[in-house]
Design a protein around this ligand. Sequence first.
Ligand code: TMP
Length: 207
Amino acid sequence: MKSKKGMLITFEGGEGCGKSTHANLLKDYLENKGFEVFVVREPGGTKTGEKLRQILLEEKSKISPFTELLIFLASRRELVVKVIEPTLREGKIVICDRFMDSTVAYQGYGRGIDITLINKLNNMVVGKKAFPKLTFVLDTDKHLGFKLKGEDRIEVENESFHKKVRKGYLEIAKQNPKRVKLIKVEGEIADIQKKIREIVEKHLHIE
Ligand code: TMP
């Protein structure tokens, strides 16, 4: 087992972009290289967070955009304090399936809430210790052009909403080139995962 400084890696992107698949493939790869890795998801990842996830994603929940924002942030704060910070302190790698950039893309670009305000709140909630070192934005438009049939209240938003979310992610990647790496979802899963691993290897100095 390698003893390393803890590191937070996040996966981001629109619906059905494959981030959960790639997060788990990266976990397997890093564990094979001797790292201790913990995968979490947002919203959720804690007892309270999973309850908040239900409120957020249940199609019948009628909540205002600002309430939605605050609940996402509440779920994030629980995850940061109860899981991410302690796990990083133990020197492990944390991979988070969605994190603060989702809020900028969905509540900011998607819902139209002020992005400067979201950035401020995100910084307060995440803090310096749990700030991601590396973020992969998986970009695809394959879910656009038809109504998503999922059960999730946000997933079933219309196409124009999801287009704005995608534009948001592209902006986030452009504005944070050191941290945020844009990965086009095209071709085989193995080829996409190879690109991700190459970037992670550089960060972790793995041969
Ligand atoms: P998931 O399907 O990847 O688990 O994500 C749940 C949904 O929540 C997805 O539609 C994106 C949305 N979401 C936001 O709108 N804002 C956020 O801050 C987060 C973390 C997720």
